[in-house]
Ligand binder design. Structure first.
Ligand code: FO1
Length: 313
């Protein structure tokens, strides 16, 4: 059996690590958002692949949410002394990953081949597959600052500008990695509690991705990133509001436009299950401990089973 998870960075990586822990080794395939990727200081940075990679290797900084635990910042500090750009923090250990990825890409390897090699070296059994081999950078349209490159909006401007929309540049020419088409016997598709606009939408913008997901014939279940109309972390709720959308699970289901068969929601939103047009399961969706991650992963997979039984009956 194979479970496919669509994931962005921090929030997605938590559920991915819960799924990886409870599934037999090798049964999880993660389709990672690369809309956040950019070239910085001459290096190819892939933040969402990195967050999933570090979480699965057990090397992640759980407090900060991104990057490696026990990180040091000597290179950034030295870079600052000589007038270099320091708004995007690359830790000393983290730099090793970007150096090696960039070296391999420049030598002609594809992003999916590089990612597979890095996972193998780190002893990660889960397959992490980028959503596209070619760049699909997210451009953030803002009310007062025009168009911003994603990391300029997210890190440099701390998500403060009011957003009016997003473009997934290069999406029309993007191709799903061949490694995805080769994935077999998919029993479940899990949409992680990642930001629907900047983490999951870029994945769905890759031509053929929606059809591929639907064609797998497996239930598609999302874990909501909303708890009581708020996002656990990051700008999800702010974006819903700025785009004029309902900051609710009904708004989330509508946003995914017929993709979902089921949604896992938090107890805080449990009273609204009747507003939803998909199957639901209710639990505490905040994932702070390994036990939380296992519970949410387990509930999502149980909802998949319940949907299958319902369809079969
Ligand atoms: N996020 C920040 O808020 N500040 C940073 O300086 C930063 C550096 C960074 C370096 C490598 C990496 O893989 C991720 C990094 N992130 C940083 C996180 C990241 O850019 C965002 O969380 C995601 O792009 C949104 O999913």
């Amino acid at each position: 059996m194979t479970v496919v998870a669509l994931s962005g960075g921090v929030g997605g990586a938590k559920l991915v690590s819960g799924l990886a822990d409870i599934l037999p080794p090798g049964e999880l395939v993660v389709v990672a958002n690369t809309g956040d990727d950019f070239e910085h200081l001459g290096l190819h940075i892939a933040p969402d692949i990195d967050s999933v990679f570090y979480a699965l290797a057990g090397w992640n900084d759980t407090e900060r949410g991104w990057g490696r635990a026990g990180e040091t910042w000597q290179c950034m500090s030295a870079l600052g002394q000589i007038g270099g750009e320091t708004w995007f923090n690359l830790g000393d250990q983290d730099l090793a990953l970007h150096l090696e990825r960039t070296r391999r890409l420049r030598a002609g390897e594809s992003l999916s081949a590089v990612t597979a090699a890095l996972c193998h070296a780190a002893g990660i059994a889960t397959r992490i597959i980028p959503m596209s081999e070619t760049p699909v950078p997210t451009v953030v349209h803002t009310k007062d600052q025009g168009d911003l490159a994603f990391q300029h909006y997210f890190v440099r401007e701390r998500c403060e500008p009011v957003v009016t929309g997003f473009t997934h540049r290069g999406a029309a020419q993007a191709e799903m990695p061949r490694a995805l088409a080769e994935v077999r016997d998919v029993e479940a598709v899990i949409v992680c509690p990642s930001n629907p606009f900047i983490s999951i939408a870029p994945i769905l913008a890759v031509p053929g991705m929606r059809d591929w997901l639907k064609g797998l014939g497996a239930p598609v279940v999302a874990v909501s990133p909303l708890i009581g109309g708020q996002a656990v972390k990051g700008p999800t709720a702010k974006m819903f509001a700025e785009l004029g959308l309902d900051v609710t699970n009904a708004g989330l289901v509508a946003h995914y436009g017929g993709l979902l068969d089921g949604l896992v929601i938090d107890h805080a939103d449990g009273q609204n299950v009747h507003d939803l047009s998909v199957a639901t399961a209710v639990t505490a969706t905040l994932m702070q401990t390994a036990e939380d991650r296992h519970r949410v992963a387990d509930i999502a997979l149980s909802l998949v089973e319940a949907i299958k039984e319902h369809v079969g009956s």
